[in-house]
Ligand binder design. Structure first.
Ligand code: NAI
Length: 337
């Protein structure tokens, strides 16, 4: 008798979210992934709902299933709306954001040898959103860095590096200016690094890191960053290999994990059948590995790579003219071929 498939929370998301989600489900189904889906819609967090996250059906579903696959969610700019993305990460204590950055065959990049992992602390820093008006015309925003969160993310990065045979970790910071906050972040990482003598550890100031990344990104292996620097630098890294439509991501905690693409809801192309589902398909592969379905993930990745090698059915963002659906059918064709 075969075991019951794991149930995963599915959040289609906004904008291009439903398009890339349905493409991803088609590929997973064609590959024979064993998953039962529980679909939930996420709505912007406004007013009282923000104070009662337990009541949120999205959070309740992920607490039940422990794993979610998520499309991008729009965060309206301005007051009154909290980011659901940030709320989910905080509420479920998804403290590690994990983004592998690798070029895909035939997608133009000046750096074909990049093989980077971006590890970003996901729960604090300026992202805590602690802002207030001191007096009209003066706003204060608090950057929170704690020993606990910094040590925990450092441990995650070093343990991952050891498991995956990665050789180097660079901590990215601005401790020359933010001596206390970024200074504490670095101090915690140095402590953890002592337990991993086989991994080469260095520190690089964030502005220099950005310049190095656009000139010689091959020098980096694993980047370890606070929340805000991580947000910015990981998009920069996506740009190095061809754009936001290509890079997968995972938000991981002790108990729960949400897998999602790096990109947002792309309102400029939503509904136009132009979205590239690659990032979400690769995020789903990370999820399958997390669920122990590594063989299925490997087959999907191989089919995706072959589709890129052939260059016939690529979406606009990577120089083709195929629709989301045609690209997806081409990946499925490679899976079944
Ligand atoms: P975005 O990532 O949605 O779009 C930036 C540019 O990249 C656009 O030109 C878009 O067309 C293109 N792009 C993004 N994904 C693509 C794909 N799969 N295929 C082809 N082209 C793609 O970033 P933006 O415009 O800053 O944000 C839009 C909304 O998304 C905002 O409300 C933002 O808060 C939200 N967002 C949500 C995220 C999440 O749910 N994890 C992450 C980032 C942004």
């Amino acid at each position: 008798m075969t075991a019951t498939p794991p149930v995963v929370t599915l959040i289609p998301g906004d904008g291009i979210g439903p398009e890339v989600t349905s493409a991803t489900l088609r590929v997973l189904e064609a590959a024979g992934a064993r998953i039962g889906w529980e679909e939930v819609a996420a709505k912007p967090i406004v007013g009282r709902r923000a104070e009662d996250p337990q009541a949120d059906p999205v959070i309740a579903s992920i607490r039940r299933n422990r794993v979610a696959l998520k499309g991008p969610l729009t965060t309206p700019v301005g007051t009154g709306h909290r980011s659901i993305n940030v709320a989910l990460r905080r509420e479920l204590d998804l403290y590690a954001n994990f983004r592998p950055v690798r070029p895909l065959p035939s997608v133009p990049t000046p750096f074909p040898a990049i093989d980077l992992i971006v590890v970003r602390e996901n729960t604090e820093d300026l992202y805590a959103g602690l802002e207030h008006i001191v007096v009209p015309g003066v706003v204060e925003s608090l950057k929170i860095i704690t020993e606990r969160a910094s040590t925990r993310i450092a441990r995650f990065a070093f343990e991952y590096a050891r498991r995956a045979g990665r050789k180097k970790i660079a901590a990215v910071h601005k401790a020359n200016i933010m001596k206390l906050s970024d200074g504490l972040f670095l101090e915690c990482i140095r402590q953890v690094a002592r337990g991993f003598p086989e991994i080469e550890y260095r520190e690089v100031i964030v502005d220099n890191c950005c310049m190095q990344l656009v000139m010689r990104p091959q020098q980096f292996d694993v980047l370890l960053l606070e929340n805000l620097y991580g947000d910015i630098v990981s998009d920069l890294c996506a740009g190095l290999v061809g754009g936001l439509g290509l890079v997968p991501g995972a938000n991981i905690g002790e108990t729960y994990a949400i897998f999602e693409a790096v990109h947002g809801s792309a309102p400029d192309i939503a509904g136009k059948h132009q979205a590239n589902p690659t990032a979400l398909i690769l995020s789903a592969c990370l999820m399958l590995k997390h669920l122990g379905q590594t063989e299925v993930a490997d087959r999907i990745e191989a089919a995706l790579y072959r589709t890129y090698e052939r260059r016939r059915h690529l979406t606009r963002d990577v120089g083709g003219d195929a629709s989301t659906e045609d690209f997806t059918s081409a990946v499925i064709g490679e899976l079944q071929g």
